[in-house]
Design a protein around this ligand. Structure first.
Ligand SMILES: [Mn+2]
Length: 324
């Protein structure tokens, strides 16, 4: 019902903006570009706005090069409708918040259970493994064409957020949608290779620096790694290059919970959390003002590196001990 209401807005409006969260991942970029292509195919005027550096590895997606920064958009530009995708709250979209003030209607489409329902229309499905799945349903239900370029974008979304169909959020619906996308003739092997396998020299240098910081706690059940600004400088890499590193230390056989502490600026740390079975990392992220999913979440904490780590470990221990 909500998806058909959103479809009516898509057909009646003329000028749209589509945005997503800072530190954009494959789901964010794939879903905004998928929706962008659908809207342009039906003759609409669309700005895609992401207020951050884009990871190079998604540059194979059609439309990547026309993604704008919030600064590129005139403050007076008005939109019939603004889509905010994959963002649990308004403050996740950085300076794009300035753009969404110019929207007649804000449509919030997301799959984070912690979503704050900030839109005029909210479609939040925590059972969807990726926002790419929801955009697929939105396009299909309203009778629009899921073209090959759209399929490439949405397939990228889906494999990113399901870890290539391996995470527990994967459902039969995920496979059905992916199957339909494959039928459009996309090169899914190449997409998986781009998303998961290809690495640059600076990225591998950064990987070796970050992995050398590995610390283990509580009988090796918790792993912690660190990223500093200095490492980015020395390796010549970008912050986004470290996106997947946490998976490596989550994969350690004894580990349930992995913590990645990334210095954003002096005294401010962006935290990524992953778990396998025991710890609900969403609860930990929420305790520090962040959000996410049960097995993957994030937050920002101010303090010294050691203070930040100790605060996080204390919260993880409560859950490991069954206190929470
Ligand atoms: Mn997502």
């Amino acid at each position: 019902m909500i998806l058909t209401d959103i479809g009516k807005l898509m057909s009646s409006g003329k000028c749209f903006a589509v945005t997503t969260h800072v530190s954009p991942d494959g789901d964010a970029i794939g879903s905004v570009l998928g929706l962008y292509h659908c809207l342009t195919q039906i003759g609409k005027n669309v700005d895609v706005v992401i207020d951050d550096i884009l990871p190079d590895k998604y540059n194979f997606l059609a439309g990547y090069n026309m993604i704008k920064k919030a600064d590129d958009i005139s403050k007076d530009k008005k939109y019939d409708c603004i889509f905010v995708l994959d963002s649990g709250s308004e403050d996740r979209i950085g300076d794009s918040i300035e753009i969404i003030k110019n929207g007649n209607i804000i449509v919030n489409i997301d799959h984070h259970i912690t979503n704050t329902m900030f839109g005029d229309i909210n479609y939040v499905d925590p059972n969807a493994a990726s926002v790419g799945e929801i955009i697929y349903q939105l396009i299909k239900i309203n009778g629009y064409d899921v073209s090959k370029v759209i399929s490439e974008c949405l397939y990228t979304s889906i494999i990113t957020d399901t870890g290539g169909f391996r995470y527990s959020n994967t459902t039969s619906t995920t496979f059905n949608i992916a199957g339909d996308l494959i039928n459009s003739g996309i090169n899914f092997t190449e997409i998986a290779n781009r998303v998961f396998d290809r690495k640059t020299v600076p990225e591998v240098k950064l990987l070796s620096m970050v992995m050398s910081t590995l610390e283990l706690y509580y009988d090796n059940k918790v792993s912690v790694i660190y990223l500093t600004e200095d490492m980015l400088y020395k390796s010549g890499s970008q912050y986004e290059d470290a996106e997947s590193f946490i998976n490596i230390v989550r994969d350690i056989d004894t580990v349930d919970t992995a913590i990645f502490i990334k210095e954003k600026e002096k005294g401010t740390f962006r935290i990524s959390l992953r778990s396998k079975q025991i710890v609900d990392v969403k609860d930990i992220a929420v305790a520090f003002g962040g959000g996410g999913h049960i097995r993957a979440a994030g937050c920002t904490i101010v303090g010294s590196k050691d203070e930040v780590r100790d605060k996080l470990l204390a919260e993880v221990k409560k859950q490991l001990d069954g206190i929470k």
